[in-house]
Design a protein around this ligand. Sequence first.
Ligand code: G3P
Length: 304
Amino acid sequence: MKIFIDTAELDEIKRAVSWGIIDGVTTNPSLIKRAVDRRKGKISMEDYIKEIVKASPGPVSLEVIGRRANEMIEQGMLLHEKFSPFGEVAIKIPVNPSMNDDENIDFDGLKAIRRLSSEGIAVNTTLVMTPEQALLAAKAGAAYVSPFAGRIDDYIRANMGMRIGEDFQKGDYLNHDLLRRARDKILGDAMASASSVREIYESRLINSVADQGHDNGVYSGVDLVARILRIFRAYGFKTEVIAASIRNPRQVREVAELGVHIATVPFNVLKGMIKHYKTAEGMRRFMDDVVPQYRELFMKKKEL
Ligand code: G3P
């Protein structure tokens, strides 16, 4: 599995690259905003992005800001032309640039993906929230799709009435296994007194319980990644899946278990992946147990 770092902070990119485990970088307008706000205009945007591209050992995803196909194609080409001389660049195109359901946008994201891909530009399809969107992006020729695992977990929790910052924190793991068991338990109890399949199937109560804790049959952000991988494998799509909007190390583990191609991981989550209480405790014990004769092995001749 490849690991990208999900940040526009140059210091974080350089540090993580120095650890020897980074294969690329993903950015988006919000991450760029955060990085630029911190620098208060000390470096031009163009130079800053060049530095990011130079620092990355693999593709750097840069996002367009247009919402019509022509704009996105033009901007994608411009970003590619400006920055690909300094390293590998992928262009991030939103799968659907509509800002609400009623907006009349004619599959502009897919048109832009098709055109840029046919020009040989790698497209990273962003804001993918359903397997259906991923399928369309793969059909349009995208090199990558980025399902937003953490935001789907947020959405599932929001639909259960849970509020971010109050009922859960951004980095909290969504225990989808517990959710499934809770739903099964309540459904089992509610079904116990029914006398026909139809009665269960039509029961409002049972349907309202069955509808909880998932998003239209997607049971977690990790489940979204699993379903996309299943579809891509079934048809042999070459499109790679980037598990994105990763909030905690356990999500990284779960998408790795699925065999996802890439996970794009924020700096803090990367740091969390190396930690364990027993590892630190083990280190303390080993260090306490070092006897002088063993220490001598590592001393240079003249120190002896
Ligand atoms: O990888 C996409 C990412 O930058 C969005 O993450 O945590 O804001 O949902 P988040």
